[in-house]
Design a protein. Structure first.
Ligand code: 4NP
Length: 151
């Protein structure tokens, strides 16, 4: 089965949003692609996504409240066909860990930009912006990487 893992820092804001958006897309398309997310840090292990992430997702009809944070592990690089970093520091961390099947989400529609971390600034508006950036990039990523399935 084809598979994709989204990775950010805490796995409570950006990558759970990417996971929720991608899972909704997979369900709408009726295709078989496994989707998961993880963090490079371990501060929030086992926790649900932050309230603002849950809220902005639910405004778009996506329920991410049952997701739980976990840390990325070396086996992920074998188990997932594609690893997607949300920003440059995530990308560097994953490269250092030895990931090869690695891309950066912002390369799919945002000129390689980092998906900014809304946890530390911008209040709820930051989550609204980040949601639409992730949505655009996930759509483009799926068109490019899972072309046969999405046509
Ligand atoms: P995320 O945001 O990487 O988008 O999940 C973060 C949330 C919390 C922390 C870091 C990043 N933290 O250090 O607590």
């Amino acid at each position: 089965m084809q598979s994709v893992l989204f990775v950010c820092l805490g796995n409570i804001c950006r990558s759970p949003l990417a996971e929720g958006i991608a899972k909704a897309k997979v369900q709408n398309m009726g295709v078989n692609i496994a989707v998961d997310s993880a963090g490079t840090g371990d501060w929030h292990l086992g926790e649900p996504p932050c309230e603002n992430a849950v809220e902005v997702a639910s405004m778009h009809g996506i329920d991410i409240s049952s997701l739980r944070a976990r840390k990325v592990k070396p086996e992920d690089f074998e188990n997932f066909e594609l690893i997607v970093a949300l920003d440059e520091s995530n990308l560097e961390y994953l490269k250092q860990m030895g990931a090869q099947n690695l891309v950066k989400l912002g390369d799919f529609g945002y000129d390689g930009a980092d998906v900014p971390d809304p946890y530390f600034f911008d209040g709820f508006d930051g989550f609204i912006e980040v949601f639409s950036m992730i949505e655009v990039c996930v759509n483009n990523l799926f068109s490019v990487k899972f072309e046969k399935l999405t046509q």
